[in-house]
Ligand binder design. Sequence first.
Ligand code: NAD
Ligand code: DAU
Length: 346
Amino acid sequence: MVASKSATFFVAGGAGFIGSGFVALLLETLPAATVVNFDALTYAGNLDNLQGLNQERHKFIRGDITDRSSVLDALTDATDVVVNFAAESHVDRSILSANEFIETNVLGAQVLLDCARERKVRRFVQISTDEVMGSLPEDTDTFFTEESHFRPNSPYAASKAAAEHLVRAAHHTFGLDTVITRCGNNYGPRQFPEKFLPLMIANALNDEPIPIYGDGLNVRDWIHVDDHCRAILKVVEAGRSDTTYNIGARNERRNIEVATSVLDQLGKPHSLLKFVKDRPGHDRRYAINPTLIETELGWKPQETWESGLRKTIDWYLGNPRWVDRARSGDYRQFYAQQYGIEVGAN
Ligand code: NAD
Ligand code: DAU
């Protein structure tokens, strides 16, 4: 058990979607904890995500996890826990070019592990994904468990699987205290609009078409980001060393169902849905069995799909400037390359 009430955390990737939620949770729930937030601010990192955080106990450092000397400078001997969210996280981008995924997700993870060992941190938590386990058959009672085999199907998933192997090796060879979490599809505020749910919300609000890959029947297991962050905190505090915990809210949905729910809540017509060419290697179904974290650590999701989706849509409705900024710059180039049309085209 790693006591965390007054712990010093080093959070890598804490300006992104999930990392920023986790930093906020740490500062809110652990009144004596301090957080060094280390993030390269790639296209997905956003300082706006950190507005309103306690400034005395939170220090932001712009840095790259592949840069050993920057990491060592930022990581003091007083650091208790490293939590690694830093990653290239979008499957479609990994299909366009895998290099950045290998750099950050694999090499960066190894640099963090080496530095954590050198600084004698007490615990290293690697934020991984259910995608390392590949795709499940449709319409069956099979689920991902902690014993499922590695079967990554995209360059993104393969890079995350490689990182898990490095984490395992750091424990077995060097005795570093490590824990791995594997979660399914997160949704919630501050998610970059390249991902399905915020892309749909942003496009629908602008009456732009919503691209549905293939037949739209792929299944994802959705969880609100705050529930994911609460699960990670449980793992930090009470997870067993050298253990992997699956995190999921038992919330399987077909993509087309998710899309129509969003359109209905926004009062937009289903005619905005546009079936487009499928993603190469598109995993058919993800479904997580979270029994281990539920029974061993007493974690349960607090949001239902209905409450979480409502809050998420309300957040995007209430933050048009955040959305406009995210959809400018690099995003426009990516969107044109990925979808063959300009952002804003109807
Ligand atoms: P994100 O893309 O929103 O954020 C990634 C963050 O990492 C950004 O702030 C970015 O600036 C930072 N970063 C990227 N490269 C870096 C580098 N070299 N050095 C330092 N910082 C760097 O991602 P997210 O959706 O918040 O995902 C966070 C983590 O959770 C990732 O490791 C991802 O694989 C994992 N995960 C995500 C989901 C999901 O549904 N989004 C589900 C399960 C697991
Ligand atoms: O399962 C966890 C993973 O979930 C995380 O590890 C990844 O970081 C995260 O990006 C997410 O991966 P997915 O590939 O499942 O998420 P994405 O939002 O890209 O797509 C969700 C589903 O929607 C998937 O079946 C593909 C489909 N899709 C996606 C986009 C962007 C579409 O039909 N159209 C789209 O335009």
